[in-house]
Design a protein around this ligand. Structure first.
Ligand code: GLN
Length: 268
């Protein structure tokens, strides 16, 4: 039995070594490089894929199910990619890195429940809008903050938690001043700070707010909203070719009901 095992092991090792040597090759500089990498027609591969930047902590637009990023944006992007004859690749990053990644060209487009506004239009171009958003306010049950107006009262010093670089961040910084705004890398961290009483409310988009309130006890969303917004996809400034393709795909996917169906799957 031991002999058989030893033989099997030896055979396996020979195969393993063969597999390794098969994949390596000496390049012109005498260095051993990975044959697979060298021989892969990278350009063709790049032409076939389209890379979306997002921040996958924004349920139901983009979030992890196991190690897969799912959600409204992920599905709409996949439908767009299919129309363009490309494979969608999703690159997960901090929300406030998305616009830079798009500008630098390390990704093709940004899609992250991203609101179109004047400030961002100075750095990137946006497609037509594919969904609407609302900035909502989450408080602890029993909070003295009852409506959005309470945040603007003379003499109050409520601290507002936001996700770094979002419109919730920029608008509340403008409205309440930098010293009253606490910035977190995602909504979940902001909600933990609210539960731990380091802040008095969280300003974040309505649908992620609903998911956060459902996942944590003792929280509620105020009936009065903070701001209404339009979500769109951003591309590098002047990339009209891609912008036109994305817009055409959004128009078609709106007309045939695909976008409504996807949104309806996640938002009832
Ligand atoms: N809609 C908000 C914005 O664009 C938040 C987006 C997000 O956190 N993913 O700033």
């Amino acid at each position: 039995m031991k002999k058989i095992l030893a033989v099997l092991l030896a055979v396996f090792m020979v195969f393993a070594v063969c597999a390794c040597t098969d994949n390596t090759v000496e390049n012109n500089n005498g260095e051993v490089v990975d044959n697979d990498v060298q021989n892969t027609p990278d350009d063709t591969a790049d032409d076939d894929k389209i890379v979306m930047a997002t921040n996958a902590y924004f349920q139901p637009y983009e979030y992890y199910e196991g190690d897969k990023i799912v959600g409204i944006d992920a599905e709409i992007a996949a439908a767009i990619a299919e129309k363009l004859g490309k494979t969608l690749e999703i690159s997960d990053m901090q929300f406030d890195s998305i616009i830079t990644a798009v500008q630098e060209g390390s990704v093709d487009f940004g899609m992250a429940g991203m609101t179109v506004n004047e400030e961002r239009l100075e750095s990137v171009d946006f497609t037509i809008s594919y969904a609407n958003g609302v900035q909502a306010i989450i408080v602890k049950e029993g909070s003295p903050i009852e409506t959005v107006d309470d945040l603007y009262e003379e003499g109050v010093s409520y601290n507002v938690g936001v996700q770094l670089g979002t419109t919730g961040d920029t608008y509340s910084t403008d409205d309440f001043g930098d010293e009253r705004v606490r910035r977190y890398s995602n909504g979940n961290e902001a909600v933990l700070a609210l539960l731990g009483d380091s802040i008095d409310c969280v300003i974040i988009d309505n649908e992620p707010a609903k998911a956060l309130v459902a996942a944590n006890e003792g929280l509620k969303i105020l009936e009065t909203a903070y701001a209404d917004e339009d979500y769109a996809i951003c591309v590098a400034k002047g990339n009209t070719e891609l912008l036109d393709q994305l817009n055409a795909a959004i128009v078609e996917l709106t007309a045939d009901g695909t976008i409504d169906t996807i949104i309806g799957k996640y938002i009832q």
